[in-house]
Design a protein around this ligand. Structure first.
Ligand SMILES: Cc1cc2nc3c(=O)[nH]c(=O)nc-3n(C[C@H](O)[C@H](O)[C@H](O)COP(=O)(O)OP(=O)(O)OC[C@H]3O[C@@H](n4cnc5c(N)ncnc54)[C@H](O)[C@@H]3O)c2cc1C
Length: 498
């Protein structure tokens, strides 16, 4: 069955739902999302949104900090568009009912994170993403022009010649459906599941990269993978993020012997940029042949801990860790993909009719490294632009039959996903080497070959995710091999004089 829309949106995080709300002012929009509407990286964001709304702040300072973090590889026009539109993005979120600490724009309580020269992180305690997702979801539910399909796994983009004209989804209990649209937005979020340990929820399987790759969209910057330094190491809650704000509030890092170690690696100690702290922790773990270090916030006032970090306090307590009394076991884990589907300032890709926004896109804003709390902002600013640009797209022509995405048996997919995660964690993690990258590339080629020869099986989202994860991994490793200098998040031990 085929239905026709003005816009087809894939994904229900902040990028997808912002676009849907903006585009619904001009026409009918459908949102396809593979789990429940709030299942997204957006819901997990803790720290907040960067916006120059403080008294001593300006968009010029926010721009400068973003360009410094990006290590010379940002697109300056994209950065300017991002920072100049930040205060409006906050006002827009408030207009649809999002709450922030401090309430009015000129009275917001602003946090500070690594790399920012001012306090400029607008937040709602340590559950900013949850609050934002709640508000945008409610606004979407109230919009008569938006229809949301949950449990709708998009398996292919629909093409008519060289133009994208929509998406094919497999919907629980309905089966396969085609959604034709004048414009199609890929807003499928990140690719954390490509690695063994990640802060991302289970929906982050790089589907947008796989979808775009199969229709020839340009993908770039995938070597710039951000690893968050302080991610909980615990069998019951692996991957739970311990926000950088804990270190901002005075938290210290110690090895298992109780010794602070950041002074051996960087003068900025615990508040050095995330990539440097991640590399320092990895080095310390290797030096002591162990698998975690500890974050100590036990010296902070218990009231402050409960007020500033209520989610962390509560979640860790539920697994028996009292953070006001004991240290938190942490290690680096995959967190954010700076690269993705290449877009212009309007979120347009090289494929007519196809747009991308949010973590899956590479707008040029982050360059070689993302400044903390710029990603929720990017999702809003570029989705608004895309929704406006999409108004001039022509009505879709009938779609060509897409070439089928390989469907594997889940038993095969389990093995392939685990092999891939192992290979990426060892070959394309925080530290890379020429040998490790070449080995990872060989393994990915061999896994993709294997997929092509495995027996066909009925549709399985889990199995199709494996195919998309392989495509994303192929791009990460190829870009990492191609990059000869160590810049931002990319660090190859064979490229530096040690
Ligand atoms: C723990 C954590 C903390 C973070 N903290 C911050 C922070 O403080 N500040 C900040 O700016 N950023 C933060 N980030 C990053 C930020 O949350 C994400 O970059 C941002 O939310 C991405 O939004 P998005 O809309 O692009 O993707 P997401 O919010 O991940 O949404 C993607 C959507 O696409 C859907 N989808 C995926 N594949 C398919 C498919 N095949 N078919 C249909 N639907 C599909 C998913 O189900 C989901 O609904 C954090 C991330 C994490 C994980």
């Amino acid at each position: 069955m085929t239905t026709q829309w003005d816009s087809v949106v894939i994904g229900s995080g902040l990028a997808g739902l912002t676009y849907a709300l903006r585009a619904s002012e001009y026409g009918k929009v459908c949102v396809l999302t593979k789990a429940q509407i709030a299942d997204s990286n957006t819901s997990w964001a803790q720290g907040g949104i960067a916006a120059a709304v403080g008294e001593s702040d300006s968009w010029e300072l926010h721009e400068k900090d973003t360009l410094i973090a990006g290590a010379g590889l940002c697109d300056p026009d994209a950065v300017r568009q991002l920072v100049m539109n930040a205060p409006d993005a906050i006002l827009w979120l408030q207009s649809i009912g999002t709450q922030f600490d401090g309430h009015d724009l000129d009275q917001l309580t602003l946090g500070r994170e690594g790399g920012h020269s001012r306090h400029r992180i607008v937040h709602f305690a340590d559950r900013t993403g949850w609050e934002i997702e709640r508000a945008v979801t409610e606004a979407v539910r109230n919009s008569p022009n938006i229809t949301v399909f949950e449990e709708a796994f998009v398996s292919s983009l629909l093409m008519s010649g060289d133009r994208c004209v929509g998406a094919r989804a497999n919907i629980a209990e309905l089966g396969e459906r085609d959604f034709l649209g004048s414009a199609t937005l890929v807003a499928t979020g990140g690719c954390g599941m490509v690695y063994t340990h990640t802060t991302n929820p289970r929906v982050a399987t790089a589907d947008g990269i796989g979808l775009a790759d199969r229709v020839g969209a340009e993908i770039e910057g995938m070597e710039f993978m951000q690893f968050h330094p302080t991610v909980l190491v615990h069998p019951q809650m692996r991957g739970f993020l311990i926000t950088e704000a804990c270190r901002g509030a005075g938290g210290t890092l110690r090895n298992h012997r109780g010794k602070r170690f950041m002074n051996f690696y960087d003068d900025r100690l615990e508040l050095a940029p995330r990539d440097i702290v991640s590399r320092s922790i990895e080095r310390e773990m290797e030096r002591l042949d162990t698998w975690c270090v500890y974050l100590d916030i036990a010296h902070l006032a218990p009231e402050l801990i409960k007020e500033e970090f209520p989610t962390i306090w509560e979640r860790l307590r539920s697994i028996g860790i009292e953070i006001e009394k004991e240290w938190i076991p942490v290690a680096p884990a995959q967190h954010y993909s700076c690269g993705g589907i290449k877009t212009d300032l309007n979120g347009q890709t090289n494929i007519p009719g196809l747009y991308a926004s949010g973590e899956v896109a590479c707008t040029g804003v982050h360059g070689a490294n993302r400044l903390a709390s710029n990603s929720l902002l990017e999702a809003m600013v570029f989705s608004k632009q895309a929704a406006e640009a999409a108004q001039s797209e022509p009505a879709p022509s009938p779609a060509d039959e897409p070439s089928p995405t390989p469907s594997l048996r889940e038993s095969d997919a389990i093995r392939i996903r685990h092999s891939l995660q192992h290979c990426m964690t060892h070959g394309a993690g925080v530290f890379r080497s020429d040998k490790g990258l070449m080995k990872a590339q060989e393994q990915i080629v061999s896994l993709e070959r294997e997929v092509a020869t495995l027996p066909e099986a009925p549709f399985s989202a889990y199995a199709q995710e494996a195919v998309n994860m392989l495509a994303a991994a192929r791009h990460v490793v190829a870009s990492a091999i191609e990059r000869k200098d160590n810049v931002g998040l990319h660090y190859n031990v064979d490229s530096v004089a040690e």
